[in-house]
Ligand binder design. Structure first.
Ligand SMILES: [Fe+2]
Length: 111
């Protein structure tokens, strides 16, 4: 029994540390809320990056999101998960910071 519990724990840990940690998801939804004939508005919502130092694949992926050419960027926080990740996160956002946007803190954000 203890062996089974330990194996389940190890599997869960491996999934979280390897699979979920590198599983970046981009989802697209068309939301018909504008008036008929209005120019479409592309909103990029970023959330829960939980960036820690050295996560270059995640930083590169975030930077690539600018190619979507969003009209507005909405960041709903939990951007970092380490005090030394503030500057790397800003660098990952890169050109997205030049676009109109809003930000709210998550429970992991320091400032
Ligand atoms: Fe989070």
């Amino acid at each position: 029994m203890i062996g089974t519990v330990a194996a389940a724990g190890a599997t869960t840990f491996a999934y979280a540390a390897v699979v979920e940690r590198n599983w970046f998801a981009l989802r697209r939804h068309d939301v018909p809320v504008l008036s008929e004939g209005a120019k479409p508005l592309r909103i990029l919502h970023i959330s829960d990056a939980h960036l820690t130092p050295g996560r270059h694949r995640l930083m590169s992926w975030i930077r690539s999101l600018d190619a979507l050419e969003p009209d507005v960027v909405v960041n709903t926080g939990d951007s970092i998960a380490h005090p030394e990740s503030v500057q790397p996160f800003l660098e990952a956002l890169g050109p997205l910071l030049d676009r109109p946007g809003v930000f709210v803190y998550g429970s992991n954000d320091l400032y």
